[in-house]
Ligand binder design. Sequence first.
Ligand SMILES: NC(=O)c1ccc[n+]([C@@H]2O[C@H](COP(=O)([O-])OP(=O)(O)OC[C@H]3O[C@@H](n4cnc5c(N)ncnc54)[C@H](OP(=O)(O)O)[C@@H]3O)[C@@H](O)[C@H]2O)c1
Length: 231
Amino acid sequence: MSTPRPIAVLGGTGPEGFGLALRWAQAGETVIIGSRDAKRAQDAAEKIKQRVGTNAKISGNENIAACAAADFLVLTIPFEGHAALLKQLKPAIRPGSIVIDATVPLAASVGGRATRTLGVWQGSAAQETAELVPKGISVVAAFQNVGAELLNADGLVDCDVIVCSDDPNAIQVVCNLATKIPGVRALDGGKLENARILEQITALLIGLNIRHKGHSGIRITGLPDAAYELV
Ligand SMILES: NC(=O)c1ccc[n+]([C@@H]2O[C@H](COP(=O)([O-])OP(=O)(O)OC[C@H]3O[C@@H](n4cnc5c(N)ncnc54)[C@H](OP(=O)(O)O)[C@@H]3O)[C@@H](O)[C@H]2O)c1
């Protein structure tokens, strides 16, 4: 069943956000692509409609307008724009929204290597988000370890998504959203502070992709079936 709450994918014109928006549109979710430029967002939404079909519930808008119309806000922007975008979004975030952060603070953001991460004062990009959203808004870290190539291809996404937050209800909701992507298993990864580990793993995966010329992801093994939220 689709979630009746719209999902805004901010920075959804880039490969990661576009891939997530595509998968959720395919699952029947209502998705709004966000961009700094409304026309760019609408063009991306149109491309998704062409792939999914005219019944796809997908539209595009400027980031702040997209945020104001949604209940799930997915951040898929480079780290260099992270804090500035959150400050712009703050007044538009609706009470009860959940902010889902997939941002990785790669050193490439400041001209360094994509195989290294930057130190973030708060511990991780997602913890920075928690400092910048209005009081009472839940922040969830997820999707950092799912590569855009897999999301944008047609097949199953052979990855686990580890979901971290200080709000256990938000973890459940986002695990459910993650499993709408065929092939994905979702796992409750505990407190938001664990986001710093998820973000580091992405830098490792990028290095593996370069070394072995592939599109790596992660699978966690050895837990009881009940730990994995399945489609
Ligand atoms: N690519 C992957 O496989 C992957 C996997 C896991 C996690 N991630 C993380 O997900 C995020 C997005 O990745 P991506 O590869 O899609 O990135 P990207 O293509 O570099 O950026 C995504 C979008 O963000 C917007 N943007 C760029 N600079 C911005 C700024 N300074 N302020 C606000 N918006 C800005 C752009 O959209 P507009 O110009 O339309 O506004 C762009 O299309 C990154 O934090 C990345 O580390 C990526």
